[in-house]
Design a protein around this ligand. Structure first.
Ligand code: ACO
Ligand code: ACO
Length: 150
């Protein structure tokens, strides 16, 4: 598997990015402003993430996704750590990531990668998404903000 920047002549893997964020409008917005990286295996795109500079010293992983049949094999962790390596190389001080209060596996993964919880954006999902989101039997209302000092 190779992780590389999405080429300008390629379409972004929307099928993957929409796994992480149901709003195609939001995905298109941060694709326009940020940089998309993809994990390629035998010419198939099996993972993706998007990095976006949100402050001069902070870069955020806006979206991260692995194709369903390849999940739970360590690829998500490799993508997160690749994003962290790139953020450090680009000279940022912090990498941030946000996920829903109901995203138990994602919260586990990001903390295993070294992120710490630094805040809660109360009602972020209730405010920004029309459809109700439920995961692990838990209604998703709030965004948990996590950060890693580089
Ligand atoms: N309790 C404890 N640990 C857990 C749990 C849990 N309930 N669920 C998952 N984990 C751990 C696993 O044990 C594993 O850690 P380990 O390697 O120490 O065993 C880790 O979390 C998962 O690691 P990977 O296998 O590397 O993850 P995967 O390749 O499945 O990718 C991802 C994770 C990207 C979240 C994938 O499941 C996915 O694409 N999901 C759908 C899209 C999504 O939710 N994206 C994130 C939204 S937030 C955002 O985009 C900023
Ligand atoms: N992902 C998703 N759901 C989970 C997970 C997980 N990783 N782990 C537990 N759950 C859910 C279960 O699915 C279940 O929900 P469900 O009924 O919808 O399926 C629920 O959490 C657990 O419910 P119970 O079976 O009622 O809980 P239990 O009788 O096991 O009691 C308790 C929970 C008190 C935490 C018990 O496990 C315990 O005594 N643990 C050790 C002591 C402890 O940690 N106490 C809490 C410390 S914090 C405090 O005291 C304020």
């Amino acid at each position: 598997m190779k992780i590389r920047r999405l080429r300008h002549d390629e379409h972004a893997p929307m099928n993957l990015l929409l796994l992480a964020d149901p709003s195609s409008e939001k995905v298109n917005d941060y694709l326009r402003k940020g940089t998309c990286f993809v994990a390629e295996n035998n010419k198939e795109l099996i993972g993706a993430y998007v990095l976006l500079s949100i402050k001069p010293n902070i870069i955020e992983i806006m979206n991260i996704a692995v194709a369903e049949q390849y999940q739970n094999k360590g690829i998500g962790k490799q993508l997160v750590m690749d994003a962290v390596t790139k953020a450090r190389k680009y000279g940022y001080e912090y990498v941030e990531i946000g996920t829903g209060n109901s995203s138990i596996g994602q919260l586990a993964l990001y903390q295993k990668c070294g992120f710490r919880m630094v805040g809660i954006d109360i009602d972020y999902f209730s405010r920004n998404y029309v459809e109700e989101i439920v995961e692990n039997g838990i209604p998703c209302h709030d965004m948990i903000r996590l950060s890693m000092k580089l």
